[in-house]
Design a protein around this ligand. Structure first.
Ligand SMILES: NC(=O)c1ccc[n+]([C@@H]2O[C@H](COP(=O)([O-])OP(=O)(O)OC[C@H]3O[C@@H](n4cnc5c(N)ncnc54)[C@H](O)[C@@H]3O)[C@@H](O)[C@H]2O)c1
Length: 264
């Protein structure tokens, strides 16, 4: 595939995206479908999955929905068996699923920790473990893993989530090292504050969510939350031939948030 500068053509490509029912995952699925890909969406919430299917196919896109909880080894295995049986290949995997968690470290239980690692980190490993053999056979592939700015700095009260997201960055580097010889590129993304249902839930913990949102915006150099589509655009770039020599990196997409030092 050759890509013209500025052009993103994923025609005849099979792109698997996890967590397509809302937020960033829905925007990523929309973006790939608009660029001609056959998008396979894995999603835990059946209602949200069917809304994405209706939206994408209604706009002329190609979408194959699979209901699966990606923290379940069995459901992931069943889902990828279906994908391989139907399409025989996977060109791009976007591990988007993640679940926030807020609790002071002293109150975090072992089961909180295990659950966070299962949803945020083990799920990435599970999905990768099914596509990597296919990509090795094809001698081609691209994997994009979603971490967070919380992998690099912290707001506090997120130890298990931050540990999982930092783990994703480590696994991304290692996979790029091990899989590069098969022409498989593996990269990560670290979104900042993005306007999604997850963000709404986070702000909803405040007694005044609107004031909390304004305070958050004022702390971001671009003075606004990011839109899911702005994450999807970077994912499209990383998956495209425009990024054919990009592997093993994690791109921060945060409106400048992490570039700052505190004013002293
Ligand atoms: N929104 C932000 O500000 C932000 C910031 C940094 C990183 N992120 C990361 O970006 C990714 C997407 O976040 P978002 O804000 O769009 O989340 P969201 O909660 O708004 O949407 C997540 C989607 O994934 C689905 N999902 C959740 N758990 C699942 C599971 N176990 N199996 C299958 N589907 C599941 C949900 O049903 C939902 O449709 C996550 O990895 C998140 O950690 C988000």
């Amino acid at each position: 595939m050759t890509a013209e500068p500025g052009g993103m053509n994923f025609k005849d490509k099979v792109v698997v995206v996890t967590g397509v029912g809302a937020g960033i995952g829905a925007a990523i699925a929309d973006a790939f479908a608009a660029c001609g890909a056959t998008v396979v969406g894995l999603e835990r919430d059946l209602e949200a999955l069917s809304q994405s299917a209706t939206r994408i196919t209604g706009s002329g896109g190609s979408f194959h929905p699979i209901r699966a909880d990606v923290s379940s080894e069995q459901e992931v295995a069943t889902g990828f068996r279906e994908i391989i049986a139907k399409f025989n290949t996977v060109d791009v995997l976007v591990n988007n699923v993640g679940r926030e968690f807020y609790r002071n470290f002293v109150d975090v239980t072992v089961s909180d920790f295990d659950r966070q690692i299962a949803v945020n980190l083990r799920s990435v490993f599970l999905c990768c473990s099914h596509v990597v053999p296919v990509m090795i056979r094809e001698q081609s592939g691209c994997i994009i893993n979603t971490a967070s700015v919380q992998a690099l700095a912290t707001t506090g009260q997120t130890a298990p989530y931050a540990a999982a997201k930092a783990g994703i960055l480590g696994m991304t580097r290692d996979m790029a090292r091990d899989l590069g010889q098969y022409n498989i590129r593996v990269n990560g993304i670290c979104p900042g504050c993005i306007a999604t249902p997850m963000m709404d839930r986070g702000l909803g913990r405040s007694s005044d969510p609107q004031a909390a949102r304004e305070e958050m915006q004022s702390a971001i150099p671009l003075r606004r939350l990011g839109e899911p589509r702005e994450i999807a655009n970077v994912v499209l770039f990383l998956a495209s031939d425009l990024a054919s020599y990009v592997s093993g990196v994690s791109l921060v997409i945060d409106g400048g948030l992490l570039a700052q030092l505190p004013v002293v």
